[in-house]
Write a protein that binds this ligand. Structure first.
Ligand code: 13P
Ligand code: SF4
Length: 438
């Protein structure tokens, strides 16, 4: 039975003219509502070819809100103006007043002005672990995106509260897989008699509901640093993997790290019946890849790699595995955010690097390692617009509110969802070999 028909049409990406203009959208003040499954801008304009549902009327920016879609606008409180020259002093004072009761986590892709106030920085899973390792902190202020704050909530105790300074900080990749679509996909695999041969493997960059689906169906979560271990484990259990939601991480790991064949991968399009695939294709496939991608990493191109090699003598190209397969194939090194940092830190001085990951991190790498030559790989890629939603005014607002005894923007995952999501997260921690558990 297909569940998608029961979904609210405004949350169905096939019906939405998806406005995608990366950081430009943030610069224009395009904001989204504070709904639990935060959606985000993405780079592809998608209009359904198969739906007769009405198109959304355009919302004139600044002329109203639409709290049922990603075009909602308002922060639920009084944000200090970005021009306030006292913002740094205010952040310091609020943090000092809160003392050990607050712990501020900063993802590597956050702005400098926010990283300045982070008690620790890291990738998504390292930050969730850091949150869990701070049971004395009543408040975890998560400077990252919504799915990360959810994971932190799942992994922290009931007495701790996770705060996301701007609820509009979603992730376009995570939003490319809605739980109803994933349940539909599974139902179709059951009807085809294939589900019993399939293990779900879900990237950390996904909603808590999809992590819970993974736990219910005997699968595991993975991160970009342990995807190889996770896939190896999954293919020891059963003969096929449903990889959610990033097709590129799934394909790159299977082909590059496990030596699998490219034609062992098929892409499940949630907007088409049976994913747009035939029974024969699904029967033959080892990897059923969800049709999702990162709006930032998906833009690094083969041309940019070729240009870097042409223009920078001796350059080494290092990219994140969320990049497209042809880019990853051309790169010298491929790795998670943490691996990119560690590789550049360990390289001999004077090494030339062209780095294909989010721009905030690459700029900080260039500042931190002046002995290396560090270039941003692609001239047409900008910051992650949703990561950049968390700015100093939002951080000051969240910290000052906490200092005044008001908890703003708490992230609470439903207990049943959290339970099953935790099963999948614990399965990841139990994986053999290299994981984040150490
Ligand atoms: P990591 O945090 O696992 O490096 O993932 C990269 C990313 O795109 C986060 O949104
Ligand atoms: Fe999502 Fe990509 Fe931004 Fe990470 S960098 S939050 S995967 S859109």
């Amino acid at each position: 039975m297909r569940r998608s028909s029961r979904r609210c049409w405004i949350h169905d990406p096939t019906t939405m003219l998806r406005l995608c203009i990366g950081a430009a959208a943030a610069a224009l003040g395009l904001r989204r509502c504070a709904r639990p499954r935060a959606s985000s801008v993405c780079e592809d304009r998608q209009v359904s070819a198969t739906t007769d549902r009405p198109a959304l009327p355009l919302l004139v920016l600044g002329a109203g809100t639409d709290l049922h879609t990603e075009r909602g606008v308002e922060c639920p409180g009084e944000l200090p103006p970005a021009s306030d020259p006292d913002l740094v002093a205010r952040a310091r004072a609020a943090k000092a007043a809160l003392g050990d009761s607050v712990f501020v986590l900063g993802h590597h892709y956050q702005r400098d002005e926010v990283i300045e106030f982070a008690d620790t920085t890291g990738d998504s899973f390292k930050l969730a672990k850091e949150a869990a390792a701070r049971p004395d902190a009543a408040y975890i202020v998560f400077c990252g995106v919504h799915f990360m704050a959810e994971s932190a909530d799942i992994l922290t105790s009931e007495t701790q509260t996770v705060v996301l300074p701007d609820l509009a900080a979603g992730c376009s990749m995570a939003d490319m897989a809605a739980i109803e679509q994933v349940e539909d996909c599974w139902d179709e695999l059951v009807e085809l008699g294939l589900a019993e041969r399939v293990v779900p493997v879900t990237y950390m960059n996904s909603s808590a509901a999809i992590k819970a689906f993974t736990g219910r169906h005997g699968g595991t979560i993975c991160t970009s640093s342990n995807a190889k271990t996770a896939l190896t484990w999954a293919l020891d259990q059963k003969s096929k993997v449903l990889f959610l939601p990033d097709q590129h991480l799934g394909r790159n790991t299977y082909v590059r790290d496990l030596g699998g064949a490219l034609d062992g991968c098929v892409v499940w399009d949630p907007h088409r019946p049976m994913g747009g695939l035939t029974r024969a294709q699904l029967e033959a496939a080892t990897m059923i890849l969800w049709r999702g991608h990162c709006s930032v990493h998906g833009r690094f191109s083969v041309e940019a790699v070729e240009a870097a090699r042409r223009d920078i003598p001796g350059v080494k190209v290092i990219v994140h595995p969320e990049c497209r397969h042809e880019v990853v194939e051309l790169a010298d090194e491929v790795g998670s955010t943490e691996k990119i940092i560690a590789t550049i830190a360990a390289a001999p001085p004077g090494t030339q690097w062209a780095v294909g990951t989010e721009l905030n991190l690459v700029r900080r790498l260039a500042a931190r390692f002046p002995e290396q030559g560090i270039a941003f790989l692609e001239k047409n890629v900008c910051y992650c617009s949703t990561m950049n939603r968390i700015d100093l005014p939002h951080l000051v607002w969240a910290l000052e509110s906490l200092a005044a005894g008001r908890v703003v923007n708490p992230i609470h995952v439903d207990p049943d969802v959290a339970h099953h999501a935790r099963v999948a997260l614990d399965q990841m921690l139990a994986l053999p070999g290299e994981t984040h558990k150490d």
